[in-house]
Design a protein around this ligand. Structure first.
Ligand code: ADP
Ligand code: ZN
Ligand code: ZN
Length: 731
């Protein structure tokens, strides 16, 4: 008997072809089944979808409908909750459902032939070379006896009173939870406990633990493996992130999908992992902008995690020392409309319970153009003398942001972008950080021939060089030898995106810091995040003021969290904690942000920011979306957006029932993006705002159609691409 199926496929973005297509099949396949289907001349991976999507398939002509080529044997259908997650994400972020679904699956499901796939499945979810100490339970197998084996006690600290209280609340309430805990307060330990209790109590339950950056996964993996591999075997803990090879990703995905993996650790992509028995989702450093995708469906993995928790019946635990203002707002008291339960762990664990002392250096009273104030330099020297480490933080890589000719005013502009190319002294290149265009530094000014072109401003590379000069006479007292009777010279090192381009370099550089081979570490935000440096007792931000006056309303929030994170790097070693300090060099020493930072008072800062946002009508008190358009000229990009906006304002009000929705929508005029031209493409954007998220959603899904039509019309000529970004992070 013939069945008609709706199947999701990946079709080119904005193609007239929808992403839900009809196929015929001799057997009835349940929604969620992975299939191979013909599409044009090729065969592609598809997901059988529920029949309700059929309306999206357009004209139904049985004559033209092709047959499903086959299903992927041995792989169970994706769960209903997973299908609902994908449906929600595609609707909320205004992308085709096929694109979202297929992007959420490991690429090898698409790439491997049926024979290769069968061989792959025969090998099982097990990663080659590892054998499990005890076989993990397969789905449907009788449950294992309750876990009685305790891990070695050193892996299992007894809980602090704050941790115990928090865990008790997590176990007795449904959440979602916002764990607001100082760096070093033992949040990770709370996650470990939650997972452990869950796995011990429910024989098949799975937990998803997310971190913002790949760089942080090895540490997390090490802690989770140490805790859970002895209990559940090597296969019970898998990772999922974009740094893995495609075969590795498939292995992890299959292990999660089959239920063999009890714990999945991953970056934002892991929010879509197929986990049929998902019962707990942890989002660590939930405030981190990396949770927002910047291509394809621009989803927020944190927000989707909260939604997914409801679909799967999984508890959701967001954690941060500096929560996003959105989550902070959502976790206000329930009586005021809060939806998350806020849990607080203010104290750091151990003897170093004290938070670092925050010191502000008023740069108005320092020598003009000084990069390092005199007191900071002295403090750095003291640390070296005591055999302690320091970290100097500047959020700009390269040697200098611009190269300039003092004679004619030439600057190192990128010929393809509206941006300057950054001078990298190490290989004497000018590199565009937007399009990647790289050239050797010219010997003389390309305009007037003046040989004296000079760097303007300063990046980490120059800071490192400058600091090494300033500290040239300082000796490390603990390394006296025949060659160095007064001790070896001080060692300054740098970690940023430039020093860590090659795989493994970050790990080896971090290892050198841990081993004490570095006295002063210079770097970008990369070093401020999550790394557990035990011997660092001083953290300095040399020039953080820019964010105070940025046009980006989220800049203060990001600066505060970055400085708090950086502060969290210091004083982690119990014996050194008492002396640890955070130094802020600023021309605005009285600024409320720094005042709050000095008191480690995130709540005060957050509440003040929220008040400002409320008065200014900014998120989270208003919902936003951006539409971006790219074209060869700025005029074309803007004209397209303005035309689509005009037709929303002129035509849509005539649609029945739309007036009340449109009354809640504000469409702003198209403007150039802040970096207006990248790789010779002009970029424009239009902001859409509404006090109601629901109204914005309704409007966007209807306006999509208008945008598509406008693109097909005369004004759309020359538009290279356009995309909607819902809840954009940068405006
Ligand atoms: P966070 O994730 O909040 O920064 P961690 O969970 O990493 O904090 O804990 C900081 C340090 O304290 C880690 O070295 C951890 O092993 C240790 N720690 C956490 N909880 C306890 C505890 N209850 N007893 C002793 N040490 C703990
Ligand atoms: Zn010149
Ligand atoms: Zn460029």
């Amino acid at each position: 008997m013939t069945h008609w199926l709706c199947v999701l496929v990946q079709t080119p973005a904005h193609a007239t072809l929808g992403s839900v297509l009809s196929y015929r099949s001799e057997s009835l396949l349940t929604p969620g089944t992975l299939v191979r289907v013909p599409l044009g001349k090729r065969e592609t991976l598809g997901v059988v979808w529920d029949a309700e999507s059929a309306h999206a398939t357009g004209e139904f002509d049985p004559e033209k409908i092709r047959s499903v080529a086959g299903s992927l044997e041995g792989i169970a259908p994706l769960s209903l909750a997973w299908q609902q997650l994908v449906t929600f994400a595609s609707q909320y972020y205004q992308r085709s459902i096929g694109e979202v679904a297929l992007a959420a699956l490991p690429p090898q499901l698409r790439e491997l032939s049926p024979e290769q796939m069968q061989r792959r499945l025969k090998r099982g979810g097990r990663s080659a070379g590892h054998s499990a100490p005890c076989p993990p339970p397969a789905l449907g197998a009788p449950p294992l006896p309750a876990q009685s084996t305790q891990p070695p006690s050193h892996l299992h600290p007894s809980l602090s009173p704050e941790q115990a209280t928090v865990l008790q609340q997590i176990h007795s309430q449904s959440g979602p939870f916002l764990l607001f805990g100082a760096t070093g307060s033992g949040k990770t330990e709370v996650y470990l406990h939650c997972v452990q209790t869950l796995l011990a109590n429910e024989p098949h339950a799975q937990a998803l633990v997310m971190v913002p950056e790949i760089n942080l996964t090895p540490q997390l993996e090490a802690r989770f493996k140490a805790r859970f591999v002895p209990l559940y075997g090597e296969d019970a803990v898998v990772s999922l992130h974009s740094g893995m090879t495609n075969p590795q990703r498939l292995t992890s995905w299959l292990a999660a999908h089959s239920g063999v993996a009890r714990i999945v650790l991953g970056t934002r992509m892991a929010v879509f992992a197929s986990m049929p028995q998902l019962r707990l989702i942890v989002v660590d450093e939930e405030h981190d902008p990396s949770y927002k995708s910047s291509e394809g469906a621009r989803y927020s993995a944190r927000d989707l995690a909260v939604y997914r928790g409801r679909l799967d019946g999984a508890k959701v635990l967001l954690g941060s020392a500096t929560p996003s203002l959105e989550s902070w707002h959502h976790s206000r008291p329930a009586a005021e409309g809060g939806r998350y339960l806020r849990l607080h762990m203010p104290s750091r664990i151990g003897a170093s319970a004290a938070l670092p002392l925050v010191r502000r250096v008023d740069m108005n009273h320092q020598p003009r153009n000084a990069v390092f104030s005199i007191p900071l330099l002295e403090a750095l020297k003291e640390r070296v003398a005591r055999g302690e480490q320091s970290m100097v933080f500047l959020n700009r890589r390269g040697y200098a942001p611009v190269l300039q000719c003092a004679e004619c005013g030439w600057k190192s502009e990128c010929p393809h972008c509206s941006a300057f190319r950054v001078f990298h002294k190490i290989d004497r290149t000018l590199r565009c950080h937007h399009c990647g265009f790289t050239e050797r530094v010219p010997r003389a000014c390309p305009t007037c021939g003046n040989p004296d072109i000079a760097p303007l401003g300063r990046g980490t590379e120059r800071l490192e060089e400058h600091l090494a000069e300033l500290l040239a006479d300082v000796r490390r007292p603990d390394t006296v030898s025949v060659d160095f009777p007064e001790g070896e010279p001080v060692r300054v090192a740098r970690i940023d995106a430039d020093t860590t381009r090659l795989k493994g370099e970050l790990q080896s550089q971090l290892a050198a810091v841990h081993a004490g081979d570095v006295d002063v570490l210079v770097g970008t935000q990369m070093i401020a995040k999550g790394h557990d440096f035990r011997r660092i007792t001083l953290v300095a931000a040399v020039n953080p003021d820019g964010a105070l006056f940025s046009s980006d309303f989220r800049a203060p929030e990001r600066l505060f969290s970055l400085l708090m994170q950086a502060a969290g790097r210091s004083g982690r070693d119990a014996c050194l904690g008492a002396r640890s300090e955070v130094w802020i060099q600023t021309f605005q020493p009285a600024h409320p942000l720094y005042a709050a930072l000095k008191r480690h008072d995130y709540p005060n800062f957050a509440n003040a920011q929220l008040k400002e946002r409320e008065q200014a009508g900014l998120p989270p008190f208003t919902a936003q979306a951006l539409v971006r358009a790219e074209a060869r000229t700025q005029d074309v990009a803007q004209a397209f957006l303005n035309a689509a906006s005009a037709s929303a304002q002129n035509d849509m009000p005539q649609w029945a029932g739309w007036e009340p929705v449109l009354a809640q929508i504000t469409l702003y005029p198209a403007v150039p993006m802040s970096v207006q031209r990248v790789a010779n493409v002009e970029r424009a954007q239009m902001l859409v705002e509404s006090p109601s998220r629901g109204a914005l959603q309704q409007f966007l899904s209807a306006w999509q159609v208008v945008l598509h039509a406008t693109r097909q019309g005369p004004v759309g000529k020359g538009v290279i691409r356009w995309a909607i970004d819902v809840d954009p992070l940068a405006i």
